[in-house]
Design a protein around this ligand. Structure first.
Ligand code: TA6
Length: 294
């Protein structure tokens, strides 16, 4: 049973923190500080909004998104765990795993290290205990800690991604630095491995690229909004870049047909050959930071 607004308000108080019924009647925490505002739903521990005060939103959210138990929210930062994409061993399994459609619980709140507020959410999936720390401050800081319970019968592997949707003025006019020297799996071309492009990423069609063995910070230049967004990370070896373009947008019921121009995903991940294996009782924490740098 999800934590109620009343239970949350009784246990967690902080200036600028409120608990509300969001879209679909789902419970969300809303944080308003002197530097930024943000919101995170218990459903999927899904961050759906983050913006610096006086600036336009950094995160993108589809106008067509569903807000229903069992369904993923379209936009913000979906958590992909314990697998990424379709599950090869079970075509009927939910894409990107269970984490984003589970109801998580808030376990603590505390001041963030950059003038904002941090919220920790927890859940368990199979033999894994997950703690997700969300900090709404001068930047959006995310940390996904995965622990394999000591009661597990042996080592276990998982994939993970913080599938961040960023708002852009027009995807046809932006570029992404940071991955010029890294080859990638091109999911738009039968998942063929492709060599490093040697140039910033620009968009003139559907883009669905999985970059492996990269620790790079990605820098999104958006001349239309006159801003630059940096997505940095730690303990993540994969980065996924995605824009569905026209045809794929039309095929997705929870994605407006015209919305593709206003978003791009830069996803902080450990997938495919970068998946993580844990021994019982051990843990791994992947972090991502989304910052408006100019
Ligand atoms: O991260 C890119 C991707 O794997 C694409 O292939 C596309 O499927 C996207 O994720 C969205 O997946 P979803 O299950 O949220 O529709």
């Amino acid at each position: 049973m999800p934590q109620s607004i009343e239970t949350l308000a009784a246990h967690f108080q902080h200036p600028g923190l409120t608990f509300e019924l969001g879209q679909g009647g789902l419970v969300k925490a809303v944080v308003q500080t002197e530097v930024s505002t943000g919101e995170v739903y218990l459903h999927g521990a899904h961050v759906t909004a983050f913006q610096l005060n006086g600036q336009s939103p950094l995160l993108w959210l589809s106008q067509k998104s569903l807000f229903e138990t069992g369904k993923a929210i379209r936009g913000g930062v979906p958590i992909c765990f314990p697998w990424f994409g379709p599950l090869a061993s079970d075509p009927k399994a939910p894409g990107h795993g269970y984490a984003r459609t589970k109801s998580w619980e808030i376990s603590s709140i505390y001041p963030s290290d950059d003038g904002g507020l941090s919220i920790d959410l927890q859940t368990t999936i199979d033999d894994f205990a997950l703690t997700y720390s969300v900090s709404f401050g001068r930047t959006l800081q995310l940390a996904l800690k995965v622990e394999l319970l000591s009661t597990a019968s042996g080592p276990a592997k998982f994939e993970e991604a913080l599938h961040t949707y960023l708002t852009v003025s027009d995807v046809r006019k932006v570029s992404i630095d940071g991955l010029e020297v890294t080859g990638y799996i091109d999911k738009v071309d039968a998942a063929k491995p492709k060599p490093a492009s040697g140039a910033p990423i620009q968009f003139n069609g559907e883009c669905d690229r999985v970059y492996l063995d990269t620790k790079a910070t990605c820098v999104l230049h958006d001349p239309g909004f006159n801003r630059t967004i940096a997505v940095s990370k730690s303990h993540s070896s994969s980065t996924v870049v995605w824009n569905p373009w026209i045809e794929k947008s039309i095929k997705m019921a929870d994605f407006g047909d015209e919305e593709w121009t206003g978003m791009v995903c830069i996803e902080t991940a450990n997938v495919a050959g970068n998946s993580i294996e844990l021994q019982p009782g051990k843990s791994h924490t992947m972090t991502a930071q989304v910052a408006c740098v100019v």
